[in-house]
Design a protein around this ligand. Structure first.
Ligand SMILES: C[S@@+](CC[C@H](N)C(=O)[O-])C[C@H]1O[C@@H](n2cnc3c(N)ncnc32)[C@H](O)[C@@H]1O
Length: 250
């Protein structure tokens, strides 16, 4: 998987692409993250990309030409890929979209600033517009980092233990179970006995129960959306904790 990020603030990505799990994945060539300064495609010697909005109003707009030229040049250099324009009006990112994006060989991420890009970037390039939630950030860079981190986790080898990805929240339509580490007791709160029992069957059962319990209490909307793919064991637990969430109940 190769990520090309287009931004007017490439320096924001310096430590992001070289730290922790992502840094190791880049080092091992499991993924590539190239960050490009959009100003390299500016058509003036001041490297200016923003201009006033037609119709007036506060805030500047990023010109279409440089962004379109940049995406096309990267496509020419590295082959076709999917273009993602980070935007608060885009499809809201969830694990299903992350999994979809992870099937691509190359993602080109366009980060807006100011009032965003001239509308003709969307009209001409037809990118996937992606939002990371119903709130407004100052720019698309943090949103692009969210996309890169979530997608990279699904690239084989990036997360050392694939079981860790398989048990992540949302992957199986359930929130993850709680986790504990040393010491055994913190301010009178002990680690549940079952987790120290060494009995792997009991531990797996406890974790599944806590996953279902967390999902029915914190995100009951997920139960309805994922019911069709739950195995019988999960359905039975939902009926135990919150029978009203069973869509088959009459
Ligand atoms: C200040 S925002 C522009 C907001 C724009 N006036 C609006 O209300 O839709 C500047 C840039 O930040 C990025 N951005 C802001 N919020 C975002 C979100 N929730 N998801 C993805 N990108 C976002 C986009 O790239 C956007 O072009």
């Amino acid at each position: 998987m190769h990520f090309d990020v287009l931004t007017i603030f490439p320096e924001l990505f310096t430590s992001f692409r070289s730290t922790g799990v992502l840094g190791r994945a880049v080092e091992a060539s499991l993924i590539g993250i190239d960050v490009h300064d959009l100003r390299d495609w500016a058509d003036n010697r001041w490297r200016q990309l923003d201009d006033e909005a037609y119709g007036g109003g506060p805030g500047m707009v990023l010109q279409a030409g440089p962004a379109i030229a940049a995406v096309r040049q990267l496509e020419g250099d590295h082959g076709p890929g999917r273009t993602v324009l980070l935007s608060p009006r885009g499809r809201v990112l969830d694990q299903a979209l992350v999994a979809e994006l992870a099937h691509e060989d190359r993602l080109c991420l366009l980060c807006g600033r100011y009032e965003g890009f001239d509308e003709r970037v969307s009209a001409i390039l037809g990118p996937d517009e992606v939002s990371i939630g119903d709130f407004v950030l100052g720019g698309g860079e943090v949103a692009a980092m969210v996309v890169v981190e979530a997608v990279a986790r699904l690239v084989p080898g990036v997360v050392g233990d694939p079981a860790s990805v398989a048990s992540d929240s949302f992957t199986a339509g359930l929130l993850d179970h709680p986790s504990y580490t040393r010491p055994v007791e913190v301010e009178g709160w002990p680690v549940p006995e079952v987790l120290r029992s060494g009995d792997h069957e009991r531990i797996a059962r406890w974790r599944l129960e806590r996953s279902v319990e967390a999902t029915v209490t914190r995100r009951p909307d997920m139960i309805k959306d994922n019911w069709a793919r739950y195995p019988a064991e999960v359905r039975a637990l939902v009926r135990r904790y919150a029978p009203e969430l069973d869509p088959e109940r009459r």
